[in-house]
Design a protein around this ligand. Structure first.
Ligand SMILES: C[S@@+](CC[C@H](N)C(=O)[O-])C[C@H]1O[C@@H](n2cnc3c(N)ncnc32)[C@H](O)[C@@H]1O
Length: 459
């Protein structure tokens, strides 16, 4: 059975079957945080959340009509449970409630097995690779999050394996001004007074206990440098926001013309140990930063391992954000080498400039990666290594073609969506680059997300 990622049931005609309850034998996991089942008799595909492969469940349809090609459903009662089913740590990680976590009902080690199956399936289906979960694709836990009984808790304030890891959380705000998270595939907000996967600094910011008038969302960032967390409110379109006082956090407002300080700082500080050194970063306005408290260090080490940059080499860091990989690449190639970083967000480029001002081998370009790769100045350069870390949609054909055209000795692709990675790996293959190594990390415990670091080399 194909485990491709569905969007919305295709045909909308026919009687709405939302709310119908079905007994289902649950099949394999699929990309998107659900498992695949088929209705008895007609064999219609049903994507079921809150289930596990091999279980028998009573599922309530959440989306679909008599004519649609597949239905979506939620397991509201478990008739035969898998041994890896556990009680969710969060009271709203349940059918019909918060859509933030997909896998809280699954033991952590099994979550990683499910994610490895999804990554392998995407690479087989979209990149035509002969790979198997468990051997070729293993999802690795990060320190403190193994969930196998050996975790000793985490330095950041704990909460148990797979919990309190998230240093960046975007809370939606409901009509009464209460922050929370969306119901799965819905605009409805589940108000929260805690989010057990969010870091102590995020929850301790006081954002959840406050009321936010004319605000559509609040983004909270908790840095690792010991400074206060930052809450950035996004006002509802055309409205003046009524903001609470947050004694434990900095507060800012983001509008179309920028991030405006209300109290405290408009940035958080980050410290990352990688490559035998500590690097310091500034991240403004709740801009992009890897979300798991361990992610910056784990990914920076994985990128160094895969790229193996040598002193004097020339590296390219595409989609560079605030300069995480730029910094570790710069330290590895040294002042005799060079690193060109390209990032589309002006604010992130300013942050990177500030953090990397002492590294003369670093050049920062603000602009779209697509345009930079088409720039004659870049096309004429000799590039040894390319690191790219695109957003969820992936790099796409033009960027992959441009990167391969530089003929680097190695490409390191950091990916938060295995389907986008697999599509781009297929394009790299058309340009003479093969997958030479893949590591996958459980940087999003309790959710269906997984981060991959792929190494590609000339075939
Ligand atoms: C997944 S983040 C990676 C950031 C950085 N590598 C890190 O680890 O912190 C992707 C970054 O790409 C930037 N971005 C998205 N589309 C872009 C484009 N077309 N051109 C340049 N940058 C882009 C975003 O602003 C974001 O900073």
């Amino acid at each position: 059975m194909s485990a491709r990622r569905p969007s919305r049931p295709r045909a909308r005609a026919g009687r709405d079957v939302t709310g119908t309850e079905l007994e289902l034998e649950v099949g394999p996991v699929a990309h998107g945080g659900h498992c695949v089942a088929r209705t008895e008799g007609e064999g219609r595909v049903v994507f079921v959340r809150h289930a596990l492969p091999g279980e028998r469940v009573l599922a309530r349809v959440t989306e679909g009509t008599e004519e649609s090609s597949f239905w979506r459903a939620d397991a509201v009662r478990v008739l035969r449970a898998d041994a890896d089913r556990v009680e969710p740590a969060c009271p709203v990680a349940r059918p019909g409630l918060c859509g933030g976590c997909d896998f809280q009902h699954v033991a952590l080690p099994r979550q990683r097995v499910l994610k490895a199956e999804v990554v392998a399936e995407q690479l087989r289906r979209l990149a035509g690779l002969d790979v198997t979960a468990g051997t070729d694709v293993v999802v690795e836990p990060v320190p403190g999050d193994t969930g196998d009984g050996t975790d000793t808790g985490d330095a950041a304030g704990g909460g148990g394996a797979g919990l309190r890891w998230r240093t960046r959380t975007r809370f939606a705000v409901d009509a009464e001004g209460r922050p929370g998270l969306h119901v799965h595939r819905s605009h409805a907000v589940v108000p929260l007074d805690d989010c057990p996967i969010s870091a102590p600094g995020v929850v301790g910011s006081g954002v959840l206990g406050a009321r936010w008038g004319n605000v559509e969302a609040v983004e909270v960032a908790a840095g690792s440098d010991g400074g206060p967390p930052l809450a950035v409110a996004l006002p509802s379109a055309g409205r003046h926001a009524h903001l609470p006082k947050l004694p434990g956090a900095s507060l800012a407002v983001r509008t179309a013309d920028g991030v405006h300080r209300v109290s405290g700082r408009t940035w958080v500080g980050e410290r990352v140990a990688a490559g035998g050194r500590e690097h310091a970063f500034r991240v403004s306005g709740a801009g992009f930063w890897q979300g798991h408290r361990a992610a910056p260090g784990v990914l920076a080490e994985a990128v160094l391992e895969a790229a193996a940059p040598r002193p004097g080499e020339s590296a390219l860091d595409l989609y560079a954000g605030a300069g995480l990989f730029t910094a570790v690449l710069a330290a590895a190639v040294g002042e005799q080498g060079s690193v060109l970083a390209v990032e589309g967000e002006e604010r992130a480029v300013r942050d990177a400039r500030r953090s990397l001002h002492g590294a003369p081998q670093v050049e920062l370009w603000a602009g779209a990666v697509e345009e930079s790769l088409a720039d004659e100045e870049l096309a004429g350069r000799s590039v040894d290594v390319v690191v790219l870390d695109p957003p969820r949609a992936g790099a796409g054909r033009d960027v992959v073609t441009g990167v391969a055209g530089l003929r680097p000795r190695a490409v390191v692709y950091v990916a938060c969506d295995p389907a986008a990675l697999a599509r781009d790996v297929a394009t790299f293959a058309q340009h003479g680059y093969r997958l030479d190594g893949l590591r996958a990390f459980d940087l999003f415990p309790q959710t269906a997300h997984v981060e991959c670091v792929a190494r590609l080399v000339p075939a």
